[in-house]
Design a protein. Structure first.
Length: 399
C-alpha cells in the first residue's frame, strides 16, 4: 500500500513539472515576439514630372444646323393632268433635266390656232400696206380726198396692231406648251414626288410637285457670342494686313456621331445685328460637300479657334484624378510626401491637359502610380518622366 501511494505521488509531480515547463516555453516565445521590431511597408514607387509650359489653343463649339445654299420649289405653271414623272426620287439632277410632263394636247392646239391667227393678221397687214401705198400716190395726185387717205392710214395701223397681238398670243401659246415639260432650274438633289401621275395639277394654283436643294457647298447656321465675334474679326483683320490666312477663319464640323467632317469650312457671313435677347450673333459658314455627306436639316457642332492660352501649365491627362466632377492632381513634396491639389482644367489637347488654376510650375506631379497612393503617405520618386509632345489640336475647355 505505501509503495502504490508513492508511485502516484511521483506521477503527479512529473505532470506538474511538464506543465510548468510548457508554460515557461510559451512565455518565452511571446516575449521574443513582443521584442521583435515591426517592419515598415515598402514605399510606393512613382514617377513625377514638372508641368510643361505650352501655348494651348482654345476652341469653342457651337451647335448649328445645315442648310442648302439653294432650295427651289418645283411647281406646275399650267393646268393639266400630270402625264409622267421622269426622275428617280432622291437622286441628283442637273439643271435643264426634264422632271415631269403634263398632258400637252390642248396647248399644241392652242399654239396652232395662234400661229394661224398670226398668219392671217400678217396677210391682212400686207394688203393694208399695199392699199396705203396706192392711196398715198393717189392722194399726192389729188385724185382722192384727205379723209379717204386717212382711213387707209388708220386701217394699216390697226392691221399692224392686230399682227402684234397675234404675235404675242403665239409667244404665250409657245411658252405654255413649254411649261408642259417641267425642267430642273438648278443642279442638286431632288426629294420625293409630291404628286402622282394622273393627277390634275395647276388648276387655280401652281401645284407644288417636288423640291430641289443644291448639295455643294452647304451652309451651316450657328450663333456666337459678341465677344467671340469681336475676337474673330480682329484676328481676321490682322491676318489680312499681314497677307496671311487667319487660323480662326478655319472651322471644323463635328457630326452627330461625334466624327470629324473631313473638310474644313470658312465663315460666309454674319447677320446684320446681335440678338438683344440672347446676346449672340447669327453666323453662316460654308463647307465643301463633294461627297454629298451633308444634307439640309442636319444638326452638327462647329468647332472654331476662339483664343490661345499662352504659356499654360500642361500635364498628362492620365495624371488627373476625377472624383464626382472634382479634378485632382497628386503632387510629391521634397520629402516624398503625397499632397492632393484640386485644380481647374482648361482645354485638353490630345494627351495634355492645361491647368488654369491650382498648380504651380515647381509642383512634381505624379504621372505614374497615382492610383496606388493617397494623400499623406511617402513615396519613392523615380527619375522624372519625359514631357509630352506639343499638342496638335485642343478640345473645348471643360471636356
Amino acid at each position: 500500500m505505501p509503495q502504490r501511494v508513492l508511485s502516484i505521488s511521483i506521477n503527479i509531480s512529473f505532470l506538474l513539472f511538464c506543465t510548468v515547463a510548457l508554460c515557461a516555453c510559451g512565455n518565452g516565445d511571446d516575449t521574443q515576439k513582443a521584442a521583435a521590431p515591426e517592419k515598415a511597408p515598402p514605399a510606393v514607387s512613382v514617377r513625377t514630372m514638372l508641368p510643361v509650359s505650352r501655348d494651348v489653343p482654345v476652341y469653342g463649339e457651337f451647335v448649328g444646323r445645315t442648310d442648302a445654299k439653294e432650295t427651289v420649289e418645283i411647281r406646275a405653271r399650267v393646268e393639266g393632268f400630270l402625264k409622267e414623272r421622269l426622275f428617280e426620287e432622291g437622286s441628283l439632277v442637273k439643271a435643264g433635266d426634264t422632271l415631269f410632263e403634263i398632258e400637252s394636247r390642248q396647248y399644241d392646239e392652242a399654239l396652232k390656232r395662234a400661229q394661224a391667227d398670226l398668219d392671217r393678221q400678217q396677210a391682212l397687214l400686207a394688203k393694208a400696206a399695199t392699199d396705203l401705198s396706192r392711196f398715198e400716190a393717189l392722194f399726192k395726185q389729188q385724185a382722192i380726198s384727205r379723209d379717204e387717205y386717212d382711213t387707209k392710214v388708220t386701217s394699216q395701223k390697226d392691221m399692224a396692231a392686230q399682227a402684234d397681238r397675234a404675235q404675242a398670243e403665239l409667244e404665250t401659246a409657245r411658252r405654255d406648251l413649254s411649261y408642259t415639260k417641267v425642267v430642273a432650274p438648278i443642279s442638286g438633289r431632288i426629294g420625293k414626288s409630291l404628286v402622282k401621275p394622273g393627277t390634275l395639277v395647276g388648276k387655280g394654283e401652281n401645284t407644288l410637285l417636288a423640291e430641289i436643294s443644291s448639295t455643294d457647298p452647304i451652309y451651316v447656321d450657328f450663333n456666337i457670342s459678341e465677344r467671340e465675334y469681336l475676337t474673330l474679326v480682329k484676328d481676321m483683320v490682322e491676318a489680312e494686313k499681314q497677307g496671311k490666312t487667319s487660323g480662326k477663319a478655319e472651322l471644323t464640323l463635328i457630326l452627330a456621331d461625334d466624327s470629324v467632317y473631313p473638310h474644313t469650312g470658312r465663315p460666309e457671313m454674319a447677320d446684320r445685328a446681335v440678338d438683344s435677347k440672347t446676346g449672340t450673333l447669327p453666323v453662316r459658314a460654308s463647307f465643301p460637300n463633294p461627297e454629298g455627306i451633308l444634307k439640309p436639316g442636319q444638326f452638327a457642332k462647329v468647332r472654331a479657334l476662339v483664343d490661345t492660352l499662352e504659356g499654360a501649365l500642361c500635364v498628362p491627362r492620365t495624371a488627373v484624378m476625377d472624383v464626382q466632377g472634382v479634378k485632382t492632381l497628386y503632387v510629391a513634396g521634397p520629402d516624398g510626401t503625397v499632397e492632393a491639389k484640386s485644380v481647374t482644367l482648361g482645354p485638353v489637347a490630345e494627351d495634355l491637359a492645361a491647368v488654369v488654376k491650382g498648380l504651380s510650375p515647381t509642383d512634381a506631379v505624379i504621372v505614374e502610380g497615382a492610383q496606388k497612393v493617397r494623400p499623406g503617405i511617402k513615396v519613392a520618386v523615380q527619375p522624372e518622366a519625359q514631357a509630352a509632345g506639343q499638342p496638335a489640336a485642343a478640345k473645348p475647355a471643360g471636356n
